[in-house]
Design a protein around this ligand. Structure first.
Ligand code: SF4
Ligand code: SF4
Length: 161
């Protein structure tokens, strides 16, 4: 896809998610915004070809991370922040699911207390749609596979604890 195609794709994705979040209320009150308390060394992974107005660093493996100081313009936050702590996982046949991102299990009470929480179904529907949009592009699809594998690894690690 061209640069413009990617820009259009991310605009569609952000429009699809709109203001939806896992809860209809601000979950930051549960944990004092734990997921926004990174430092200049940590960051949110950008999806393939995703642009960001935040500072960007690159990991040794070439992954781009958007780095913030714990505050941002909500309208400009990366996709990873908009969908946290969930992820559109993908199976071998290319089917998209929405699952908790178990990499954040120790950080986010939405995962550790998921049985007691009523989530907004509209968020999950929109995120599934986002996964389907991403899966139409081969690079983004590979990224979904890569992260799905990481989430599965974390899940089996947690299950053994
Ligand atoms: S860590 Fe989880 S509960 Fe806390 S603000 Fe982030 S998404 Fe919400
Ligand atoms: S970019 Fe915004 S939403 Fe994402 S971690 Fe930073 S402050 Fe939080």
């Amino acid at each position: 896809m061209s640069k413009t195609d990617y820009e259009k794709m991310y605009k569609t994705i952000f429009d699809t998610l709109g203001d939806l979040t896992p809860l209809t209320v601000d979950c930051g009150v549960l944990c004092d915004g734990a997921c926004c308390k990174g430092d200049q060394q940590t960051g949110m992974r950008l999806f393939p070809h995703e642009k960001s107005c935040l500072a960007i660093t690159e990991t040794e493996s070439g992954e781009r991370l958007a780095v913030c100081n714990g505050t941002c313009d909500r309208n400009e936050r990366p996709l990873a922040c908009r969908i946290f702590p969930f992820f559109p996982t993908i199976d071998e046949s290319g089917k998209i699911f929405v699952e908790p991102d178990y990499r954040a299990a120790r950080l986010c009470p939405l995962i550790s207390h998921s049985d007691e929480i009523v989530f907004d179904p509209k968020f999950f529907k929109a995120l599934k749609k986002v996964g389907k949009i991403l899966a139409k592009d081969s690079e983004c699809k590979n990224y979904l596979y890569k992260v799905t594998e990481e989430i599965d690894m974390y899940y089996s690690f947690l299950s053994k604890e």
